[in-house]
Design a protein around this ligand. Structure first.
Ligand code: UDP
Length: 257
């Protein structure tokens, strides 16, 4: 079989040319990075879990009319997505103060925000993904006013949908990061949700204990990172017992701790 052409390798994923024009294969790695690559590690089984979790969340969003790049999952670590032109902006939606918002503004972590807050960051490793405003985005042409309006509207709808979904399984959606792409079809362009939605890109706290079930366990060296990701998948109902074995098989033997 001919080897697929690799298009791009990121921190947590590799993109390959898809089987049909206009498609891309997203391969989910176990690699984890934080603090703009300063901290690097491997979370065994993460790629398999994030592939599943992102499939589940993107499919749910498609079902309520939020357009996404997701087409279908291909196997344990790969999914087929539409080829889009990524908008070079990360959109963060926050419901509860945490992370950089707490650090920058001195709002204690865990403070419920009076309203959901939407922030923009420029995707730039060299500049450490700086916080930017709408003025910067429009002045420097990173997105048009229409793109931005669409992105904010989709981000707010995504927040409503995901907050409810996670609440239903006892998890608080503290904040999350979204990426968007421009999908071209004939003469038309539309903005769709791209990248992934997973515990790598969301903060998820247990509703009653506030236990963190997301990448902060890796960032803050809290341990049990893989177990936390698996717990999210389990609560979403996408980890039947038989699949636990599959994940282990896809990984080789699990470390004994
Ligand atoms: N986030 C992300 N990728 C990034 C930066 C942030 O997925 O490059 C997510 C992060 O997991 C959290 C939210 O965006 O759910 C807000 O992150 P924050 O700005 O608080 O940054 P951090 O505390 O991670 O530096």
């Amino acid at each position: 079989m001919a080897r697929r052409r690799q298009l791009y390798e990121g921190k947590a994923k590799v993109l390959f040319e898809g089987p049909e024009p206009g498609t891309v294969v997203q391969y989910f790695k176990d690699d984890a990075t934080a603090f703009n690559n300063e901290k690097q590690g491997v979370i065994t089984g993460k790629g398999v879990l994030n592939n599943r979790i992102s499939e589940h969340l993107m499919t749910g969003l498609n079902g309520v009319g939020v357009p996404t790049h997701f087409i279908r999952r291909l196997n344990m670590r790969e999914q087929l997505v539409r080829d889009v032109e990524i908008v070079p902006i990360e959109v963060v939606v926050r419901n509860v103060a945490a992370g950089s918002l707490s650090r920058r503004l001195g709002i204690p972590e865990g403070t419920i925000l009076p309203r959901a807050i939407v922030e923009y960051y420029l995707k730039s490793d060299e500049l450490n993904d700086p916080l930017i405003t709408e003025e910067h985005i429009l002045a420097f042409g990173w997105a048009s006013q229409q793109d931005l309006d669409d992105m904010v509207q989709l981000a707010v709808r995504t927040n409503d949908f995901l907050s409810g979904l996670f609440q239903g399984i006892g998890l608080k959606l503290v904040d999350f990061k979204l990426e968007f792409g421009r999908q071209y079809e004939d003469e038309h362009m539309r903005i769709v949700l791209a990248d992934e939605i997973s515990p790598d890109s969301c903060r998820l706290w247990d509703m009653t204990t506030n236990e963190k079930l997301d990448k902060d366990r890796f960032r803050r060296d809290m341990g049990d990172v893989e177990d936390a990701y698996r717990e999210v998948a389990r609560r979403l109902g996408i980890l039947p017992e038989s699949d636990v074995q599959d994940i282990q098989d896809a990984q080789g033997p699990r470390e004994v701790r």
